[in-house]
Write a protein that binds this ligand. Structure first.
Ligand SMILES: Nc1nc2c(ncn2[C@@H]2O[C@H](COP(=O)(O)OP(=O)(O)OP(=O)(O)O)[C@@H](O)[C@H]2O)c(=O)[nH]1
Ligand SMILES: [Mg+2]
Length: 263
């Protein structure tokens, strides 16, 4: 169907399903909270199961409604992840740049997404908590996106202890992962790359905007709208906007998504 092209025609709207993945306490929920509510909680509770939120973003030529699945990083929830990244058009894989194991975990998620998620999924790698890095050496903020075709899967096995509480910023107050190391990896794998702070807001809206800009136009115009409607029906019309509604069932009401949500 042709879209209106006149000067006063409303911009077309598209929904984008985005999933956040990453080790516990890296700041996934905090990034979403900053993006959706422009807020930050210094003692955020761990997510249980997953949380669902939406946020609208206006691009020059299109309005985007992000349907965000914020997954729980604790290892006991890892098996639920495929439900949340299935049919996702975008993924935000987060690590804490003061915690090297969290980058290994991020690489694990990237490999899994490349192997099992939708072929055209846009993946952004996000080094969070840049505010802890004191502004020294190479903590220079978000990088641009790399668009190489990463055909080489990299898998890193990582034992992750279940986390019972979120770690805040006590103790680890220095950068342990250089911008260069993470950016090199992101370039190799064709990932967008940013360093962010949910605490200060640095680069948070930039990540989501870059993701929106990298979703192929064809994918935005495609059958996703219908799929989205189906998802929303299953969600019980959880289609607000910046009202951070939380859903208590999994996508499409699948069995197994019985865990409650926190955000
Ligand atoms: N200094 C600093 N602390 C942050 C930042 N982002 C999150 N935190 C803190 O890190 C802790 C964990 O944040 P969450 O957003 O709950 O982490 P998460 O990745 O959602 O954790 P799970 O839900 O358990 O997977 C909280 O105490 C946050 O306040 C940040 O950018 N800077
Ligand atoms: Mg969380």
């Amino acid at each position: 169907m042709a879209e209106p092209t006149g000067a006063n025609a409303p911009k077309p709207s598209s929904s984008v399903k985005l999933v956040l993945l990453g080790e516990a306490a890296v700041g996934k929920s905090s990034l979403v909270l900053r993006f959706v509510n422009n807020d930050f909680h210094p003692h955020k509770e761990p997510t249980i199961g997953a949380a669902f939120l939406t946020q609208r973003l206006s691009l020059p030529t299109r309005n985007i409604k992000f349907e965000i699945w914020d997954t729980a990083g604790q290892e006991r929830f890892a098996s639920l992840a495929p439900m949340y990244y299935r049919n996702a058009q975008a993924a935000l894989v987060v690590y804490d740049l003061t915690k090297p194991p969290s980058l290994l975990k991020a690489r694990h998620w990237v490999a899994e997404l490349q192997r099992q998620a939708s072929p055209g999924i846009v993946i952004a790698l996000c080094g969070n908590k840049v505010d802890l890095c004191g502004g020294g050496d190479d903590s220079g903020g978000g990088g641009g996106g790399a668009l190489a075709d990463g055909d080489e899967e990299e898998e890193v096995e990582q034992e992750v202890e279940p986390t019972t509480s979120n770690g805040g910023d006590e103790g680890d107050d220095v950068r342990k992962i250089s911008t260069r190391e993470a950016k090199t990896y992101a370039d190799e794998e064709g990932l967008l790359f940013f360093e962010t702070s949910a605490k200060t807001g640095d680069n948070v809206s930039e990540v989501f905007t870059a993701i929106a800009n990298h979703i192929p136009e064809a994918a935005l115009k495609g059958p996703r709208g219908a799929a989205t409607a189906g998802t929303q029906a299953a969600l019980g019309a959880a289609a607000g906007q910046a009202d951070a509604r939380v859903n208590l069932t999994g996508p499409r009401g699948e069995a197994g998504a019985k865990e409650g949500c926190a955000c």
